[in-house]
Structures are given as structure tokens and as C-alpha cells.
Design a protein around this ligand. Sequence first.
Ligand code: AMP
Ligand code: ZN
Length: 115
Amino acid sequence: MSDSCLFCKIVSGEIQGTIVFRDDQATAFRDINPVGPTHILIVPNRHVASVNVLESDDEQLMGHLFKVAGQLANSEGIDQTGYRLITNTGPDAGQTIFHIHVHLIGGQPMKHPMG
Ligand code: AMP
Ligand code: ZN
């Protein structure tokens, strides 16, 4: 847990989020500023700042985030229509929260093939 991290505070319950999934490794909650009908953020419960600092021990955890994303796509009813999973890293990608997260976005056709 990082004291100054917004997503750590949502994981711990210190700040309220619209939580849609939680297990011992990951938490998922709705993005406060959705860009599509479904926009969920899947985060590890443990603080990891970005892809840049992933370690070998984190490989299972990152796979788990994708597994949870797929389950949520199914429960949101967008697994067949399609969805996009995005992990922004660093300034050029527009990363604003430095607690690694996977955006699950779907529910309408994407306006751009990659964004
Ligand atoms: P990124 O730009 O990839 O770092 O994404 C950060 C995301 O966090 C943005 O899509 C924000 O809308 C979202 N966000 C910021 N604050 C909150 C919050 N309190 N609850 C849920 N989502 C948030
Ligand atoms: Zn954090």
C-alpha cells in the first residue's frame, strides 16, 4: 500500500469506488469518467506503479488481471460484441494514476482502431 495512491485507497476502502469484483489479488471498479457504456478498471490489490517496474514474481498477477477482465467482459455482456483492454504506461500514453491498471472498455464500436 502506498499512502498517497488513489487506487490503493479504493482497494482498502478508504475512498469509495463502485466495486464490481474483488478477490485476494485484484479489485475492479467502474471508471469515474467512462469513455464507453462499460469502462472498468482492474487493479492489483498490491501497489505496483506501472509496467516499467514489473518483476518476474508479478507475471502470475498480470495474467490474473486479464483473466478477471475476461470474466467481467462476460458478465457485462460484451464478450461477444468486443472490448478493448488498455494499460497506459508513462506520459506519452497519458498514464495519470501510478498504480498499474487494466482498462476494460466496451459496449459500443471503437472510434479509432487503436484508441
Ligand atoms: P490512466 O490515465 O490510464 O492512468 O487512467 C486513470 C483512470 O482512472 C482514468 O480513466 C480516470 O477517469 C480514472 N479515475 C480517476 N479517479 C478515479 C476514481 N476516484 N474512481 C474511479 N476511476 C478514477
Ligand atoms: Zn497504489
